[in-house]
Design a protein. Sequence first.
Length: 506
Amino acid sequence: MSTLEADFIVVGAGTSGSLIARRVVERTDASVLLVESGPRYPRFPLDVPLAGLSLRRPWSWSHESVSQVQLQGRKVSFPMGRVVGGSSSVNAMICVPGMPQAFDQWREAGCDGWGGDEMMRVFGLAAAPGGRAPMGISEARHRAPFSEAFVEACVEYGLQQTPMLFGNTSNSCGWFPVFQRQGKRQSAGPQFLGDVRQLKRFRMLTRKDVRRVVLEKGRATGVEFFAGRKRVRAHATQGVILAAGALSSPTLLLRSGVGPADELRTAGVDVEVDLMGVGRNLQDHFGVPMVFQSTQPSPGRKSRWLLSALQYLWSRNGVMASTCGEVGCFLAVDQEIQESNIELFAMIQTNRAAQAIELMCILSEPQSSGTIRLNPDDPWGASLIDPNYLSHPQDWDFIMKGMNAARGIVHCPALQNFALTDEVLAKGRSDRELIAAEGTTFHHPVGGCCMGIDQQAVVDPCLRVQGVERLWVADNSIVPAISNAHPASLALMIGERASDLILAES
Ligand SMILES: Cc1cc2nc3c(=O)[nH]c(=O)nc-3n(C[C@H](O)[C@H](O)[C@H](O)COP(=O)(O)OP(=O)(O)OC[C@H]3O[C@@H](n4cnc5c(N)ncnc54)[C@H](O)[C@@H]3O)c2cc1C
Protein backbone atom coordinates (compact mmCIF):
# COMPACT_ATOMS: atom_id res chain seq x y z
CA MET A 1 0.00 0.00 0.00
CA SER A 2 1.38 3.45 -0.88
CA THR A 3 0.74 6.63 1.12
CA LEU A 4 0.08 10.30 0.36
CA GLU A 5 -0.18 13.12 2.90
CA ALA A 6 -1.89 16.52 3.21
CA ASP A 7 -3.24 18.70 6.00
CA PHE A 8 -6.84 18.42 4.75
CA ILE A 9 -8.37 15.84 2.46
CA VAL A 10 -11.57 16.81 0.66
CA VAL A 11 -13.55 13.94 -0.86
CA GLY A 12 -15.42 14.99 -4.01
CA ALA A 13 -14.53 17.92 -6.30
CA GLY A 14 -18.21 18.73 -6.76
CA THR A 15 -20.24 21.87 -6.22
CA SER A 16 -19.42 22.34 -2.55
CA GLY A 17 -16.15 20.33 -2.51
CA SER A 18 -14.48 22.55 -5.15
CA LEU A 19 -15.54 25.66 -3.24
CA ILE A 20 -14.27 24.35 0.11
CA ALA A 21 -10.92 23.23 -1.32
CA ARG A 22 -10.41 26.69 -2.75
CA ARG A 23 -11.34 28.51 0.45
CA VAL A 24 -8.97 26.37 2.56
CA VAL A 25 -6.09 26.99 0.17
CA GLU A 26 -6.70 30.74 -0.19
CA ARG A 27 -7.32 31.47 3.50
CA THR A 28 -4.66 29.29 5.16
CA ASP A 29 -1.18 27.88 4.58
CA ALA A 30 -2.55 24.35 4.78
CA SER A 31 -2.06 21.77 2.06
CA VAL A 32 -5.16 20.22 0.48
CA LEU A 33 -5.65 16.94 -1.32
CA LEU A 34 -8.89 16.86 -3.33
CA VAL A 35 -9.93 13.38 -4.43
CA GLU A 36 -12.52 13.03 -7.18
CA SER A 37 -14.06 9.94 -8.70
CA GLY A 38 -14.67 11.47 -12.14
CA PRO A 39 -12.35 12.98 -14.77
CA ARG A 40 -11.34 16.62 -15.33
CA TYR A 41 -13.99 19.05 -16.59
CA PRO A 42 -14.25 19.01 -20.41
CA ARG A 43 -15.10 22.51 -21.69
CA PHE A 44 -16.74 20.94 -24.72
CA PRO A 45 -19.51 19.88 -24.59
CA LEU A 46 -20.33 20.80 -20.96
CA ASP A 47 -19.73 24.55 -21.29
CA VAL A 48 -22.37 24.83 -24.04
CA PRO A 49 -25.69 24.81 -22.17
CA LEU A 50 -28.02 22.79 -24.42
CA ALA A 51 -25.29 20.56 -25.88
CA GLY A 52 -23.95 19.83 -22.39
CA LEU A 53 -27.41 18.92 -21.12
CA SER A 54 -28.00 16.55 -24.03
CA LEU A 55 -24.56 14.88 -24.04
CA ARG A 56 -23.82 14.76 -20.29
CA ARG A 57 -24.23 11.00 -19.66
CA PRO A 58 -20.52 9.98 -19.84
CA TRP A 59 -19.85 12.44 -16.99
CA SER A 60 -22.67 11.15 -14.78
CA TRP A 61 -23.14 8.44 -12.17
CA SER A 62 -25.60 5.66 -12.95
CA HIS A 63 -27.15 5.60 -9.47
CA GLU A 64 -30.57 3.99 -9.37
CA SER A 65 -33.24 3.78 -6.67
CA VAL A 66 -34.75 0.58 -5.36
CA SER A 67 -38.25 -0.24 -6.70
CA GLN A 68 -40.68 2.46 -5.64
CA VAL A 69 -43.85 1.08 -4.07
CA GLN A 70 -46.03 4.05 -5.09
CA LEU A 71 -44.63 4.14 -8.64
CA GLN A 72 -45.74 0.72 -9.86
CA GLY A 73 -42.47 -0.77 -8.61
CA ARG A 74 -40.39 1.33 -11.01
CA LYS A 75 -36.77 2.25 -10.27
CA VAL A 76 -35.70 5.85 -10.74
CA SER A 77 -32.28 6.86 -12.03
CA PHE A 78 -30.09 9.63 -10.58
CA PRO A 79 -27.48 10.84 -13.10
CA MET A 80 -25.56 13.06 -10.65
CA GLY A 81 -22.29 14.56 -11.93
CA ARG A 82 -19.17 12.37 -11.84
CA VAL A 83 -16.60 14.86 -13.06
CA VAL A 84 -14.71 17.82 -11.60
CA GLY A 85 -17.43 20.34 -10.67
CA GLY A 86 -19.77 17.45 -9.76
CA SER A 87 -23.42 17.99 -10.53
CA SER A 88 -22.83 21.69 -11.29
CA SER A 89 -21.03 20.42 -14.43
CA VAL A 90 -24.03 18.49 -15.76
CA ASN A 91 -27.07 20.22 -14.27
CA ALA A 92 -29.62 22.54 -15.84
CA MET A 93 -27.87 25.63 -14.37
CA ILE A 94 -31.06 27.02 -12.79
CA CYS A 95 -30.33 29.32 -9.85
CA VAL A 96 -33.04 29.23 -7.16
CA PRO A 97 -31.74 29.99 -3.65
CA GLY A 98 -35.37 29.83 -2.48
CA MET A 99 -37.26 31.15 0.52
CA PRO A 100 -35.11 32.68 3.30
CA GLN A 101 -37.83 31.61 5.78
CA ALA A 102 -37.01 27.96 5.09
CA PHE A 103 -33.52 28.52 6.52
CA ASP A 104 -34.96 30.40 9.49
CA GLN A 105 -36.64 27.10 10.38
CA TRP A 106 -33.23 25.38 10.41
CA ARG A 107 -32.03 28.02 12.87
CA GLU A 108 -35.16 27.66 15.00
CA ALA A 109 -34.47 23.91 15.17
CA GLY A 110 -31.15 24.70 16.85
CA CYS A 111 -28.78 25.24 13.93
CA ASP A 112 -27.36 28.62 14.92
CA GLY A 113 -25.82 30.57 12.07
CA TRP A 114 -27.95 28.84 9.41
CA GLY A 115 -30.86 31.35 9.21
CA GLY A 116 -32.12 33.02 6.04
CA ASP A 117 -30.09 36.25 6.34
CA GLU A 118 -26.83 34.40 6.84
CA MET A 119 -27.48 31.92 4.05
CA MET A 120 -28.32 34.64 1.55
CA ARG A 121 -25.16 36.52 2.59
CA VAL A 122 -22.89 33.53 2.00
CA PHE A 123 -24.67 32.70 -1.24
CA GLY A 124 -23.63 36.15 -2.50
CA LEU A 125 -19.96 35.35 -1.79
CA ALA A 126 -20.11 32.26 -4.00
CA ALA A 127 -22.43 33.41 -6.78
CA ALA A 128 -23.60 36.77 -8.06
CA PRO A 129 -24.48 38.56 -11.31
CA GLY A 130 -21.54 40.06 -13.21
CA GLY A 131 -17.99 39.34 -12.05
CA ARG A 132 -18.42 39.89 -8.29
CA ALA A 133 -18.25 36.22 -7.31
CA PRO A 134 -16.64 33.09 -8.76
CA MET A 135 -19.97 31.68 -10.05
CA GLY A 136 -21.68 34.08 -12.43
CA ILE A 137 -25.46 34.43 -12.51
CA SER A 138 -27.19 35.74 -15.63
CA GLU A 139 -30.60 36.31 -17.07
CA ALA A 140 -31.67 33.75 -19.66
CA ARG A 141 -30.14 34.72 -23.04
CA HIS A 142 -32.52 32.72 -25.17
CA ARG A 143 -36.21 33.57 -24.90
CA ALA A 144 -38.46 31.11 -26.70
CA PRO A 145 -41.92 32.36 -27.75
CA PHE A 146 -43.49 29.59 -25.63
CA SER A 147 -41.58 30.76 -22.55
CA GLU A 148 -42.76 34.37 -23.07
CA ALA A 149 -46.35 33.17 -23.43
CA PHE A 150 -46.11 30.89 -20.39
CA VAL A 151 -45.12 33.78 -18.12
CA GLU A 152 -47.99 35.88 -19.53
CA ALA A 153 -50.39 32.99 -18.87
CA CYS A 154 -49.17 32.72 -15.27
CA VAL A 155 -49.90 36.42 -14.79
CA GLU A 156 -53.38 35.92 -16.28
CA TYR A 157 -53.82 33.06 -13.80
CA GLY A 158 -53.13 35.49 -10.94
CA LEU A 159 -49.43 35.06 -10.20
CA GLN A 160 -46.97 37.90 -9.70
CA GLN A 161 -44.18 38.21 -12.27
CA THR A 162 -40.74 38.84 -10.72
CA PRO A 163 -37.78 40.19 -12.71
CA MET A 164 -35.70 37.09 -11.88
CA LEU A 165 -37.38 33.98 -10.44
CA PHE A 166 -35.16 33.29 -7.42
CA GLY A 167 -38.03 31.46 -5.68
CA ASN A 168 -38.03 33.83 -2.72
CA THR A 169 -41.74 34.75 -2.91
CA SER A 170 -44.88 32.63 -3.12
CA ASN A 171 -47.24 32.70 -6.07
CA SER A 172 -44.57 34.15 -8.32
CA CYS A 173 -43.59 33.46 -11.91
CA GLY A 174 -40.92 34.55 -14.36
CA TRP A 175 -37.59 33.75 -16.03
CA PHE A 176 -35.16 31.61 -14.11
CA PRO A 177 -31.73 33.13 -13.47
CA VAL A 178 -28.98 30.77 -14.60
CA PHE A 179 -25.43 29.91 -13.55
CA GLN A 180 -23.96 31.19 -16.80
CA ARG A 181 -21.56 33.89 -17.92
CA GLN A 182 -21.68 35.11 -21.53
CA GLY A 183 -23.83 32.18 -22.53
CA LYS A 184 -21.50 29.54 -21.01
CA ARG A 185 -22.08 27.16 -18.09
CA GLN A 186 -20.52 28.09 -14.77
CA SER A 187 -19.28 24.86 -13.23
CA ALA A 188 -17.93 24.99 -9.67
CA GLY A 189 -14.87 23.01 -10.85
CA PRO A 190 -13.20 25.52 -13.16
CA GLN A 191 -14.74 28.52 -11.35
CA PHE A 192 -13.26 27.69 -7.94
CA LEU A 193 -10.22 25.62 -8.82
CA GLY A 194 -8.98 27.30 -12.01
CA ASP A 195 -6.38 29.53 -10.38
CA VAL A 196 -5.41 27.41 -7.34
CA ARG A 197 -4.39 24.40 -9.42
CA GLN A 198 -0.84 25.77 -9.87
CA LEU A 199 -0.21 26.06 -6.12
CA LYS A 200 2.15 23.45 -4.66
CA ARG A 201 -0.06 23.18 -1.55
CA PHE A 202 -2.98 22.02 -3.64
CA ARG A 203 -3.23 18.63 -5.29
CA MET A 204 -6.19 17.09 -7.08
CA LEU A 205 -6.47 13.42 -7.94
CA THR A 206 -9.14 12.53 -10.51
CA ARG A 207 -10.65 9.14 -11.39
CA LYS A 208 -10.05 7.95 -7.83
CA ASP A 209 -12.99 6.40 -6.04
CA VAL A 210 -12.70 6.84 -2.27
CA ARG A 211 -13.80 3.62 -0.55
CA ARG A 212 -13.87 4.74 3.06
CA VAL A 213 -12.59 7.21 5.63
CA VAL A 214 -9.84 5.83 7.85
CA LEU A 215 -10.68 6.23 11.54
CA GLU A 216 -8.11 5.72 14.31
CA LYS A 217 -9.06 6.02 17.96
CA GLY A 218 -12.18 8.02 17.13
CA ARG A 219 -10.39 10.45 14.80
CA ALA A 220 -10.42 10.72 10.99
CA THR A 221 -6.85 10.34 9.82
CA GLY A 222 -7.25 9.80 6.09
CA VAL A 223 -9.04 8.04 3.26
CA GLU A 224 -8.53 4.89 1.25
CA PHE A 225 -8.96 4.49 -2.51
CA PHE A 226 -7.74 2.35 -5.36
CA ALA A 227 -5.33 3.57 -8.02
CA GLY A 228 -5.70 0.86 -10.61
CA ARG A 229 -5.36 -2.35 -8.55
CA LYS A 230 -3.18 -0.69 -5.93
CA ARG A 231 -4.80 0.26 -2.61
CA VAL A 232 -3.71 3.76 -1.58
CA ARG A 233 -4.09 5.37 1.82
CA ALA A 234 -3.92 9.17 1.95
CA HIS A 235 -3.12 10.61 5.36
CA ALA A 236 -4.71 13.85 6.65
CA THR A 237 -2.99 15.63 9.54
CA GLN A 238 -5.85 18.10 10.17
CA GLY A 239 -8.92 16.26 9.03
CA VAL A 240 -11.19 14.91 6.31
CA ILE A 241 -14.08 16.78 4.69
CA LEU A 242 -16.70 14.65 2.95
CA ALA A 243 -18.30 16.48 0.02
CA ALA A 244 -19.30 13.53 -2.16
CA GLY A 245 -22.95 14.61 -2.49
CA ALA A 246 -26.24 13.48 -0.99
CA LEU A 247 -26.14 10.01 -2.55
CA SER A 248 -22.48 9.21 -1.78
CA SER A 249 -21.52 10.85 1.54
CA PRO A 250 -23.94 8.68 3.57
CA THR A 251 -22.53 5.57 1.84
CA LEU A 252 -18.95 6.59 2.66
CA LEU A 253 -19.82 7.09 6.33
CA LEU A 254 -21.55 3.71 6.48
CA ARG A 255 -18.59 1.95 4.84
CA SER A 256 -16.31 3.65 7.38
CA GLY A 257 -18.27 2.10 10.24
CA VAL A 258 -20.32 5.17 11.17
CA GLY A 259 -24.05 4.49 11.12
CA PRO A 260 -26.83 2.40 12.66
CA ALA A 261 -24.95 -0.43 14.43
CA ASP A 262 -27.36 -3.26 13.58
CA GLU A 263 -27.38 -2.30 9.91
CA LEU A 264 -23.56 -2.15 9.79
CA ARG A 265 -23.22 -5.54 11.44
CA THR A 266 -25.68 -7.08 8.98
CA ALA A 267 -23.49 -5.76 6.16
CA GLY A 268 -20.34 -7.10 7.85
CA VAL A 269 -18.85 -3.68 8.57
CA ASP A 270 -17.06 -3.11 11.90
CA VAL A 271 -18.93 -0.52 13.99
CA GLU A 272 -16.86 2.56 14.87
CA VAL A 273 -19.71 4.84 15.94
CA ASP A 274 -23.35 3.84 16.35
CA LEU A 275 -25.08 6.79 14.69
CA MET A 276 -28.70 6.06 13.85
CA GLY A 277 -29.28 9.05 11.52
CA VAL A 278 -26.78 8.08 8.82
CA GLY A 279 -28.67 7.32 5.61
CA ARG A 280 -31.98 8.56 7.05
CA ASN A 281 -34.20 11.45 5.96
CA LEU A 282 -33.28 11.31 2.27
CA GLN A 283 -35.57 13.78 0.50
CA ASP A 284 -36.07 14.80 -3.11
CA HIS A 285 -38.17 17.05 -5.31
CA PHE A 286 -40.58 14.58 -6.89
CA GLY A 287 -42.17 15.65 -10.16
CA VAL A 288 -44.72 14.57 -12.73
CA PRO A 289 -44.15 15.35 -16.41
CA MET A 290 -47.17 16.82 -18.20
CA VAL A 291 -46.63 16.80 -21.96
CA PHE A 292 -48.84 18.92 -24.22
CA GLN A 293 -48.91 18.59 -28.01
CA SER A 294 -48.14 21.99 -29.53
CA THR A 295 -48.82 23.64 -32.87
CA GLN A 296 -45.30 25.12 -32.88
CA PRO A 297 -42.14 23.11 -33.67
CA SER A 298 -39.58 22.76 -30.86
CA PRO A 299 -36.86 25.44 -31.17
CA GLY A 300 -34.06 23.08 -30.09
CA ARG A 301 -34.97 20.12 -32.35
CA LYS A 302 -31.96 18.09 -33.44
CA SER A 303 -32.50 18.90 -37.17
CA ARG A 304 -31.60 22.52 -36.35
CA TRP A 305 -28.52 21.77 -34.24
CA LEU A 306 -26.00 22.73 -36.93
CA LEU A 307 -27.66 26.10 -37.47
CA SER A 308 -28.02 26.63 -33.73
CA ALA A 309 -24.36 25.69 -33.16
CA LEU A 310 -23.23 28.25 -35.74
CA GLN A 311 -25.41 30.91 -34.13
CA TYR A 312 -23.95 30.02 -30.72
CA LEU A 313 -20.37 30.19 -32.00
CA TRP A 314 -21.08 33.55 -33.58
CA SER A 315 -23.01 35.25 -30.76
CA ARG A 316 -23.09 32.89 -27.72
CA ASN A 317 -26.83 33.09 -28.16
CA GLY A 318 -29.74 31.17 -29.66
CA VAL A 319 -31.25 27.95 -28.40
CA MET A 320 -27.81 26.41 -27.64
CA ALA A 321 -27.53 28.97 -24.81
CA SER A 322 -30.84 27.76 -23.39
CA THR A 323 -31.32 25.42 -20.45
CA CYS A 324 -34.55 24.15 -22.03
CA GLY A 325 -36.52 25.13 -18.90
CA GLU A 326 -36.41 28.91 -19.23
CA VAL A 327 -39.41 29.88 -17.12
CA GLY A 328 -41.55 28.61 -14.30
CA CYS A 329 -43.61 29.50 -11.27
CA PHE A 330 -43.98 28.77 -7.55
CA LEU A 331 -47.53 28.18 -6.39
CA ALA A 332 -49.33 27.78 -3.08
CA VAL A 333 -51.98 25.18 -3.95
CA ASP A 334 -53.33 24.59 -0.47
CA GLN A 335 -55.71 27.00 1.28
CA GLU A 336 -54.12 26.38 4.69
CA ILE A 337 -50.48 26.93 3.70
CA GLN A 338 -49.35 30.29 2.37
CA GLU A 339 -45.91 29.17 1.15
CA SER A 340 -45.44 27.66 -2.29
CA ASN A 341 -45.74 23.92 -2.28
CA ILE A 342 -45.63 23.39 -6.05
CA GLU A 343 -43.17 24.47 -8.70
CA LEU A 344 -43.99 24.33 -12.40
CA PHE A 345 -40.94 24.07 -14.62
CA ALA A 346 -41.81 24.83 -18.25
CA MET A 347 -39.64 23.20 -20.90
CA ILE A 348 -39.59 24.40 -24.49
CA GLN A 349 -39.27 20.85 -25.81
CA THR A 350 -39.38 17.24 -24.71
CA ASN A 351 -37.93 13.99 -25.92
CA ARG A 352 -41.31 12.33 -25.36
CA ALA A 353 -43.03 13.78 -28.45
CA ALA A 354 -41.83 15.52 -31.62
CA GLN A 355 -43.80 18.75 -31.38
CA ALA A 356 -44.70 19.33 -27.77
CA ILE A 357 -43.82 21.18 -24.59
CA GLU A 358 -43.36 19.65 -21.15
CA LEU A 359 -44.40 21.06 -17.80
CA MET A 360 -42.80 19.38 -14.83
CA CYS A 361 -45.13 19.67 -11.84
CA ILE A 362 -42.89 19.41 -8.76
CA LEU A 363 -43.50 19.05 -5.04
CA SER A 364 -41.44 21.89 -3.50
CA GLU A 365 -41.68 20.67 0.07
CA PRO A 366 -42.51 16.96 -0.02
CA GLN A 367 -43.26 15.31 3.31
CA SER A 368 -42.06 11.85 2.23
CA SER A 369 -38.55 10.83 3.13
CA GLY A 370 -36.47 7.73 2.53
CA THR A 371 -33.16 6.02 3.21
CA ILE A 372 -29.75 5.08 1.87
CA ARG A 373 -28.44 1.75 3.16
CA LEU A 374 -25.54 -0.52 2.39
CA ASN A 375 -26.45 -3.59 0.41
CA PRO A 376 -25.95 -6.36 3.03
CA ASP A 377 -24.89 -8.75 0.24
CA ASP A 378 -22.40 -6.31 -1.28
CA PRO A 379 -21.49 -3.39 1.02
CA TRP A 380 -18.78 -2.18 -1.42
CA GLY A 381 -21.19 -2.20 -4.36
CA ALA A 382 -24.08 0.16 -5.13
CA SER A 383 -26.02 1.28 -2.05
CA LEU A 384 -29.77 0.81 -1.69
CA ILE A 385 -31.24 4.23 -2.42
CA ASP A 386 -34.88 4.51 -1.44
CA PRO A 387 -36.42 8.00 -1.70
CA ASN A 388 -39.74 6.42 -0.72
CA TYR A 389 -41.68 8.80 -2.97
CA LEU A 390 -45.30 9.64 -2.17
CA SER A 391 -45.31 7.65 1.05
CA HIS A 392 -46.94 10.64 2.77
CA PRO A 393 -50.60 11.22 1.79
CA GLN A 394 -50.18 15.01 1.66
CA ASP A 395 -47.77 14.60 -1.25
CA TRP A 396 -50.47 12.90 -3.34
CA ASP A 397 -52.93 15.64 -2.50
CA PHE A 398 -50.57 18.51 -3.37
CA ILE A 399 -49.21 17.02 -6.58
CA MET A 400 -52.75 16.50 -7.90
CA LYS A 401 -53.69 20.07 -6.96
CA GLY A 402 -50.51 21.21 -8.74
CA MET A 403 -51.50 19.34 -11.90
CA ASN A 404 -54.90 21.03 -11.90
CA ALA A 405 -53.21 24.41 -11.51
CA ALA A 406 -50.90 23.56 -14.45
CA ARG A 407 -53.92 22.82 -16.64
CA GLY A 408 -55.48 26.09 -15.52
CA ILE A 409 -52.41 28.02 -16.66
CA VAL A 410 -52.13 26.12 -19.95
CA HIS A 411 -55.69 27.10 -20.83
CA CYS A 412 -55.14 30.84 -20.21
CA PRO A 413 -55.54 33.11 -23.28
CA ALA A 414 -51.81 33.89 -23.61
CA LEU A 415 -51.13 30.27 -24.60
CA GLN A 416 -54.04 29.91 -27.06
CA ASN A 417 -51.72 30.13 -30.10
CA PHE A 418 -49.98 26.94 -28.98
CA ALA A 419 -53.29 25.02 -28.74
CA LEU A 420 -52.02 22.96 -25.80
CA THR A 421 -55.17 20.86 -25.45
CA ASP A 422 -53.89 17.36 -26.19
CA GLU A 423 -52.15 15.95 -23.09
CA VAL A 424 -49.91 13.22 -24.51
CA LEU A 425 -49.07 11.17 -21.40
CA ALA A 426 -52.49 11.49 -19.77
CA LYS A 427 -54.39 9.61 -22.47
CA GLY A 428 -56.85 7.18 -20.85
CA ARG A 429 -55.23 7.54 -17.42
CA SER A 430 -56.49 9.09 -14.22
CA ASP A 431 -54.12 11.55 -12.54
CA ARG A 432 -53.23 8.93 -9.95
CA GLU A 433 -52.30 6.50 -12.72
CA LEU A 434 -50.31 9.14 -14.58
CA ILE A 435 -48.36 10.04 -11.43
CA ALA A 436 -47.61 6.40 -10.64
CA ALA A 437 -46.60 5.61 -14.22
CA GLU A 438 -44.55 8.72 -15.07
CA GLY A 439 -43.59 10.49 -11.81
CA THR A 440 -39.88 10.74 -11.21
CA THR A 441 -37.00 12.60 -9.58
CA PHE A 442 -36.27 16.21 -10.44
CA HIS A 443 -32.62 15.29 -9.63
CA HIS A 444 -32.59 17.19 -6.33
CA PRO A 445 -31.73 14.62 -3.61
CA VAL A 446 -30.77 16.11 -0.23
CA GLY A 447 -30.35 14.73 3.29
CA GLY A 448 -28.92 11.43 4.48
CA CYS A 449 -26.37 13.02 6.88
CA CYS A 450 -28.67 15.62 8.40
CA MET A 451 -27.46 18.52 10.52
CA GLY A 452 -29.13 19.08 13.88
CA ILE A 453 -28.90 18.88 17.64
CA ASP A 454 -30.98 15.78 18.33
CA GLN A 455 -30.33 12.03 18.33
CA GLN A 456 -31.11 11.72 14.61
CA ALA A 457 -28.49 14.33 13.67
CA VAL A 458 -25.39 13.04 11.89
CA VAL A 459 -23.52 16.34 12.00
CA ASP A 460 -23.80 19.16 14.52
CA PRO A 461 -24.39 22.77 13.38
CA CYS A 462 -20.59 23.07 12.86
CA LEU A 463 -20.85 20.11 10.42
CA ARG A 464 -18.75 17.82 12.66
CA VAL A 465 -19.72 14.15 12.47
CA GLN A 466 -21.01 13.16 15.92
CA GLY A 467 -18.61 10.91 17.77
CA VAL A 468 -15.67 11.34 15.38
CA GLU A 469 -12.94 13.96 15.66
CA ARG A 470 -11.74 15.94 12.63
CA LEU A 471 -14.40 14.62 10.25
CA TRP A 472 -16.89 16.96 8.60
CA VAL A 473 -19.67 16.48 6.06
CA ALA A 474 -20.22 19.51 3.85
CA ASP A 475 -22.58 18.94 0.92
CA ASN A 476 -26.30 18.58 0.28
CA SER A 477 -26.52 15.48 2.46
CA ILE A 478 -26.55 17.73 5.56
CA VAL A 479 -29.83 19.49 4.58
CA PRO A 480 -32.22 18.84 7.48
CA ALA A 481 -35.45 19.69 5.61
CA ILE A 482 -36.05 20.12 1.89
CA SER A 483 -37.45 23.46 0.70
CA ASN A 484 -38.19 25.04 -2.67
CA ALA A 485 -34.49 25.99 -3.10
CA HIS A 486 -32.75 24.27 -6.00
CA PRO A 487 -29.81 22.33 -4.61
CA ALA A 488 -26.89 23.74 -6.62
CA SER A 489 -27.55 27.02 -4.79
CA LEU A 490 -27.80 25.09 -1.52
CA ALA A 491 -24.48 23.33 -2.12
CA LEU A 492 -22.77 26.69 -2.67
CA MET A 493 -24.22 28.11 0.57
CA ILE A 494 -23.22 24.97 2.47
CA GLY A 495 -19.72 25.09 1.00
CA GLU A 496 -19.25 28.71 2.12
CA ARG A 497 -20.60 28.05 5.62
CA ALA A 498 -18.50 24.90 5.92
CA SER A 499 -15.31 26.76 4.99
CA ASP A 500 -15.93 29.36 7.72
CA LEU A 501 -16.77 26.73 10.33
CA ILE A 502 -13.94 24.33 9.57
CA LEU A 503 -11.31 27.02 9.34
CA ALA A 504 -12.50 28.53 12.64
CA GLU A 505 -11.41 25.25 14.26
CA SER A 506 -8.00 25.07 12.62
C1 LIG B 1 -29.43 16.34 -14.54
C2 LIG B 1 -29.42 17.25 -13.35
C3 LIG B 1 -29.95 18.52 -13.45
C4 LIG B 1 -29.94 19.36 -12.33
N1 LIG B 1 -30.37 20.66 -12.48
C5 LIG B 1 -30.23 21.51 -11.45
C6 LIG B 1 -30.50 22.89 -11.63
O1 LIG B 1 -30.83 23.35 -12.72
N2 LIG B 1 -30.37 23.71 -10.55
C7 LIG B 1 -29.97 23.23 -9.33
O2 LIG B 1 -29.88 24.02 -8.38
N3 LIG B 1 -29.68 21.94 -9.15
C8 LIG B 1 -29.75 21.08 -10.18
N4 LIG B 1 -29.37 19.78 -10.02
C9 LIG B 1 -28.89 19.33 -8.70
C10 LIG B 1 -27.59 20.00 -8.26
O3 LIG B 1 -26.72 20.24 -9.32
C11 LIG B 1 -26.92 19.16 -7.17
O4 LIG B 1 -27.85 18.81 -6.18
C12 LIG B 1 -25.77 19.88 -6.48
O5 LIG B 1 -24.90 20.40 -7.45
C13 LIG B 1 -25.06 18.90 -5.56
O6 LIG B 1 -23.92 19.48 -4.99
P1 LIG B 1 -23.00 18.62 -4.00
O7 LIG B 1 -21.78 19.42 -3.76
O8 LIG B 1 -23.81 18.18 -2.84
O9 LIG B 1 -22.64 17.29 -4.84
P2 LIG B 1 -22.01 17.15 -6.28
O10 LIG B 1 -21.91 18.46 -6.96
O11 LIG B 1 -22.79 16.10 -6.97
O12 LIG B 1 -20.53 16.67 -5.99
C14 LIG B 1 -20.17 15.42 -5.46
C15 LIG B 1 -18.83 15.03 -6.07
O13 LIG B 1 -18.29 13.94 -5.32
C16 LIG B 1 -17.78 12.97 -6.22
N5 LIG B 1 -17.79 11.67 -5.53
C17 LIG B 1 -18.87 10.95 -5.15
N6 LIG B 1 -18.47 9.81 -4.54
C18 LIG B 1 -17.12 9.82 -4.53
C19 LIG B 1 -16.14 8.93 -4.06
N7 LIG B 1 -16.46 7.76 -3.46
N8 LIG B 1 -14.81 9.23 -4.23
C20 LIG B 1 -14.45 10.41 -4.83
N9 LIG B 1 -15.35 11.29 -5.32
C21 LIG B 1 -16.67 11.01 -5.16
C22 LIG B 1 -18.73 13.04 -7.41
O14 LIG B 1 -18.17 12.46 -8.56
C23 LIG B 1 -18.96 14.54 -7.52
O15 LIG B 1 -18.00 15.16 -8.31
C24 LIG B 1 -29.39 18.91 -11.11
C25 LIG B 1 -28.85 17.63 -11.02
C26 LIG B 1 -28.84 16.81 -12.13
C27 LIG B 1 -28.23 15.44 -12.01
